[in-house]
Ligand binder design. Structure first.
Ligand code: ADP
Ligand code: F6P
Length: 324
């Protein structure tokens, strides 16, 4: 029989993402509207183990839908990777009367959620990461804001790159995934896009392309380099030496994770947060919310973690064609 959930906890875990606050707001307000109590767990699993738990009310989430970051703070927690840490976490939940948790984060956070679920705490994951690298879902909260922030920054680098007739290597985030790089590459009309899923390490081919495009009159050459490839500064030095064209590296870094969320991130976060609470209220556990093939849905956590996602080859090919 499905367990009746009376008090739910909400936490954010892993790298923060714009829209996490909108998701927290949706969790709190949906739960309260359904007659549930809500507790905020600070600093992800680390805060759970430290019992950093606060009561949350409708007003606790006022004025946050437009704010970047996460009002609950976030952390990475090694202790929660251990069975003892997980047991301690489940005991702390019971001590505080928390019988369901919404975990907003990425794949790693889902693994932790799965462990809590196996220990009897009903747990639902909500995809929050700028990387778009969660296989079960076509959308992750934060991606849209991050790519828009990166796109605007790259436009600015392009201006100065053109004025100085330079080559620019611009590194974007994404951990092992190339989604941010691919989207920025297309949106910024980059001359080259280096993606961890595609790049064969053939720097000579890149150098040849930079030389060719200078010969046909291009005044700048923008290379979007994904974090999963990295080494942008040394790459710039080698390219300058080989081409004779001044080359600079720009690593966009954490600015991509900050800022007020776009409309898309606010809306997806609000709906996903609300749906997570609906699942908990209906007695579900060990599930993750996803947006798949045009609709909101949910998957078993282990099934979701076993899924594979690959960068769309056709989109990559189109991105290359458009700059030639
Ligand atoms: P993300 O959720 O963005 O993928 P991480 O991979 O850093 O970020 O995971 C966030 C946190 O989730 C980790 O610091 C840890 O506390 C927890 N976690 C990750 N993997 C596991 C696991 N296998 N078992 C239990 N907890 C985990
Ligand atoms: O997962 C989001 C992300 O920003 C990745 O793109 C990046 O690799 C990582 O987090 C950086 O994490 P940290 O905040 O620990 O440096």
């Amino acid at each position: 029989m499905a367990k009746t959930v009376k008090t739910i906890g909400v936490l954010t875990s892993g790298g923060d993402a714009p829209g996490m606050n909108a998701a927290i707001r949706a969790v709190v307000r949906t739960a309260i509207n359904r007659g549930l109590k809500v507790k905020g767990i600070m600093r992800g699993y680390a805060g759970l183990l430290q019992e950093e738990i606060i009561d949350m009310h409708t007003k606790s989430v006022s004025e946050i839908i437009n704010r970047g970051g996460t009002i609950l703070y976030t952390a990475r927690c090694m202790e929660f990777m251990t069975p003892e840490g997980q047991r301690k976490g489940a005991e702390i939940c019971r001590k505080h009367g928390i019988d369901g948790i919404v975990v907003i984060g990425g794949d790693g956070s889902y693994r932790g959620a799965g462990k809590l679920s196996a220990l009897g705490i009903n747990t639902i994951g909500v995809p929050g990461t700028i990387d778009l690298d969660i296989a079960c879902t076509d959308y992750t909260i934060g991606f849209d804001t991050a790519v828009n922030t990166a796109m605007e920054a790259i436009d600015k680098v392009r201006d100065t790159s053109t004025s100085h007739e330079r080559c620019s290597i611009i590194e974007v985030m994404g951990r092992h995934a190339g989604y941010i790089a691919l989207w920025c590459g297309i949106a910024n009309g980059a001359e080259d896009i280096l993606l961890p899923e595609k790049y064969d390490g053939n720097e000579q081919a890149l150098i040849n392309h930079i030389i060719e495009s200078r010969k046909i009159g291009k005044r700048h050459h923008i290379v979007i380099n994904a974090e999963g490839i990295g080494h942008s500064t040394s790459m710039a030095r080698r390219i300058e030496a080989a081409t004779g064209i001044e080359t600079r590296a720009t690593i966009l870094g954490y600015m991509q994770r900050g800022g007020g969320p776009t409309c898309k991130d606010r809306v997806y976060a609000s709906i996903m947060g609300a749906k997570a609470v609906e699942l908990l209220a209906n007695g579900a556990s060990n599930r993750v919310i996803a947006y798949k093939n045009g609709d909101y849905t949910d998957f078993d956590i282990q099934e979701a973690l076993a899924m594979q996602k690959s960068l769309p080859e056709d989109q990559y090919q189109i991105s290359k064609l458009l700059t030639r």
